[in-house]
Design a protein around this ligand. Sequence first.
Ligand code: SF4
Length: 261
Amino acid sequence: MSAGGRLQTGPTGRDGRAPSPLRRAPTRRQLETVYGALLEQHGEQQWWPTASQDDEAQRLEICLGAILTQNTAWRGAAAALERLAAADRMSCEALLDCPHDVLGDLVRPSGHFRVKARKLQAFAQVVIDEYGGSVDALLDGDAEVVRARLLEIWGIGPETADAITLYAARQPTFVVDAYSFRLFERLDLAPGERKYETYRRFFMDRVGADVWRLNEWHALIVRHGQQICRRSDPRCDECALLRRCPYGRAALGLATVAKRP
Ligand code: SF4
């Protein structure tokens, strides 16, 4: 059963509200406590799900999926990937050869399908023109090098670049998204302003360069944001973080705990 009704926001748990500059940044221990609770609630996520078998095909599929899932649920992106595979369009050459309207129709389940078709073709064009058609060449190098290359491609912003860097290149970075902002603001553990790079740097500094751990962090945050800490009607009474969450406790009319995790 979910909390239901309109949430009574507490003094520190309001969505979108910048934390006071005087409050302490969350500690590593606090972050570890959050991670442990999410892991206990949801188990290991082991992202990224792919249907392709060989490594380079999997990396391409992750790149395309990261573009297709922009501003949409994974379900829609996965359906678009299935349609691309069924139409034999899962290669950079085949994507570029595909007439724009046909490609748009194939990726229609991912939403914003015309612009996403353009983004897929922009990505494929760069791989072919600048990396000899090799996704592995695009993804070769350390995290900052790969990330910077990706950010130069039209249609790829920081969240998509970090998803590709972490899950396709398997290089350490933290993927920030709307679920991260919401969760840490509600927990009163926001590291600062709601800015992508503020969060990314903060978590990179504290989580470290463990790719597996960074992979799980993002996957767990997404799972929690989709299933439990939903934007409207969060299921606070089922949440493993309730004891430590001012927002959830206010929503359920519970006393606030004195100590943060
Ligand atoms: S108790 Fe859990 S679900 Fe509710 S606001 Fe806090 S973190 Fe989100």
